[in-house]
Design a protein around this ligand. Sequence first.
Ligand code: B12
Length: 211
Amino acid sequence: MTASLIQDFQEALLSLDKIKADALFQRALSSHSPIEVVEQFVVPALEQIGRYWNEGSIALSQVYMSGRFCEELVEQVLPPSDPERKHQPRQAIVVLNDYHMLGKRIVYSVMRASGFELFNYGRMDVDELVERVVADKLRVLLISVLMMPSALKIRDLRNALDARGVQLKILVGGAPFQFDSQLWQEVGADAMGLSAADAVAIVQHWAGEMT
Ligand code: B12
């Protein structure tokens, strides 16, 4: 994926030029797999947009519309599921507390495309999540958070599950864990992944241990 293609894509997003963004996305797809395009093209462009916003050089509306455009593009190309399901632990994915949904959507799609079946809980708070984990008898929970206050809520979740004697492997991912490499341990998670590909590799490893 060339840097100039990513740069052009990012500029199209920032100028809210949906047609151009779509054309560049299709061009990237002509030489790379959908997952590669998502992880090596869409994600870096959005991360750069996040940095601009952090510096104060762009408006929140530009960040928001870029996220929405990318959600639509990603939705078109990520396959819904693979018919060959593997033997696997009961698992789910959730966004805890915040409203950044794109990362979860990608991880969910990539997990399913890689042969895993998992519940998609959408967005939940801690109390609701504890009840669902117990009711669904989960063995593995994937949590996506993009804000620090949401990341810290994982500690409350772990404490509430411990109090009910629930043994659950928690895999976390999202911006706060990328900013602070020790945070996943501090909030009581079992592992942290930087990407959707990491999620697949880690759950595959756990599934092997559990069978
Ligand atoms: C787009 C965006 C938004 C959009 C979200 C649109 C949507 N539908 O999702 C909008 C404009 C709504 C938004 C709003 C806000 N945002 Co915002 N946003 C971003 C931005 C620029 C990109 C996020 C994104 O979509 N990235 C692309 C996706 C694909 O990447 P990702 O989510 O990181 O997921 C990848 C990996 O992290 C990983 N992954 C993700 N989840 C998981 C889970 C598991 C288990 C695994 C293994 C891996 C994994 O795999 C994914 C694919 O590679 C980030 C910047 C950043 N550095 O992340 C800020 C950012 C997350 N936002 C931030 C903030 C502060 C806000 C607001 C509070 C702003 C405001 N003042 O109103 C609000 C809060 C909304 C809320 N209550 O949740 C901060 C959070 C800071 C912090 N430490 O808490 C960030 C980090 C920007 C910053 N540097 O300040 N935001």
